[in-house]
Ligand binder design. Structure first.
Ligand code: ATP
Length: 350
């Protein structure tokens, strides 16, 4: 439905988009996730046509739209700051995109009431934006993008001006609406929880480049790079040197050996980084004979998180492991413990 091929956009010395390649299938919700300034909004602006490319091509429904003006791309856009006209009523705000497309009064009226109903704002048509809550204003923003029935909807951090509880509710509303209308959507956020909850696929961006594209599970469970592993979720990154290849054993310093399950080619002496998530690390209560990856440590920090505990364990000099577990066993700072890093949960990063 949407395809970007090596899209590059420069602002002077800054490369806002650096050979971005992205494919979004029909009916899919793709999230662009990355730190501030990584080029997410620029990608959307290239798709809407508000930004000319230095290189690359953009296709929508198989048609090359690279040089097509914005009003001929049939792409709806929802903004972070709602971008409503303060002197216009809700009705007039939603009417605006139909007016500039020359849609007649009768048809426009029908569409506006239909869309108000869709975003659950029936009865608010004569209100001004200042008379609405943040969530209601964002619904008007959504209605204004949906009213001309675009096949593609781009949403640029649409929930970031709302409070936490309301964000969560709106997240589900947007997803439900997008699926019900069969719209293809690209959603920009720097909130990883929002990205995991909403997306069919996530594209992780950094410095104008896409690092990895995958389902939320793939991105969380099989991050390919150090950046993706540390940007999404909590992580322990352990550095090691290959000591043996069958099975793969890493020297992680202080005479400690970490065993990993790894099927790709790797050489003795190679330096690698291993990811293990804090909730995959376990306290070993009854040590089983001969089990790999059990290390002695000392509890250095404890944090109560309501439904779980977060521990920092000193394993050796300069080697700390973060561990999250339920409240069954409680440890205190200074306790000597044994921690277990299950082989299947240790992943080598490329
Ligand atoms: P945020 O999450 O903070 O909105 P972003 O990932 O959307 O950031 P962009 O807005 O796409 O990032 O910006 C990418 C880079 O391009 C940044 O370094 C930004 O300063 C620069 N940039 C964006 N628009 C312009 C412009 N019109 N003129 C000059 N530089 C720009």
């Amino acid at each position: 439905m949407i395809e970007l091929i090596r899209v590059t956009k420069r602002y002077g010395n800054i490369i806002a988009n650096d050979e971005v390649c992205l494919k979004v299938n029909k009916g899919e919700l793709m999230t662009l996730l990355g730190p501030s300034g990584c080029g997410k909004t620029t990608t959307l602006r290239c798709i809407t046509g508000h930004c000319s490319l230095d290189q690359g091509e953009i296709f929508i429904e198989g048609k090359d739209v690279t040089i097509l003006p914005p009003n001929r791309r049939k792409v709806g856009m929802v903004f972070q700051n709602f971008a409503l006209f303060p002197h216009m009523t809700v009705f007039e705000n939603i009417h605006f995109p139909l007016k500039i497309r020359g849609i007649g009064k009768k048809k426009a009226g029908e569409r506006i009431y239909e869309t108000l109903n869709l975003v659950q704002l029936s009865g608010y048509e004569n209100h001004y934006p200042r008379q609405l809550s943040g969530g209601q204003q964002q619904r008007v923003g959504l209605a204004r993008a949906l009213v001309y029935q675009p096949k593609i909807l781009l949403l640029d951090e649409p929930l970031s001006n709302l409070d936490a509880k309301f964000r969560e509710e709106m997240r589900f509303e947007i997803k439900e609406l997008q699926k019900r209308l069969g719209i293809t959507a690209i959603y920009v956020t720097h909130d990883q929880e929002e990205a995991l909850a909403l997306s069919d696929k996530i594209a992780i961006m950094k410095d104008g480049r896409i690092h990895q594209v995958g389902t939320p599970e793939e991105i969380f469970e099989r991050p390919k790079t150090f950046f993706v592993a540390t940007f999404i979720g909590l992580s322990n990154i352990i550095e090691g040197t290959v000591k043996n290849t069958h099975p793969l054993c890493l020297d992680i310093g202080s005479n400690l050996i970490l065993t990993i399950s790894y099927k790709k080619e790797i050489k003795i002496g190679e330096k690698v980084q291993v990811l293990i998530r804090p909730n995959d690390v376990e306290f070993m209560i009854d040590e089983k004979e001969g089990k790999d990856n059990i290390f002695d440590g000392t509890v250095a920090r404890t944090t109560y998180l309501g439904n779980k505990m977060d521990y920092l364990i000193d394993l050796a000099s300069r080697l700390e492991i973060r561990l999250q577990t339920d409240l069954t066993f409680r440890h205190n700072i200074g306790d000597r413990v044994k921690v277990y890093l299950p082989i299947s949960k240790c992943k080598i990063l490329s």
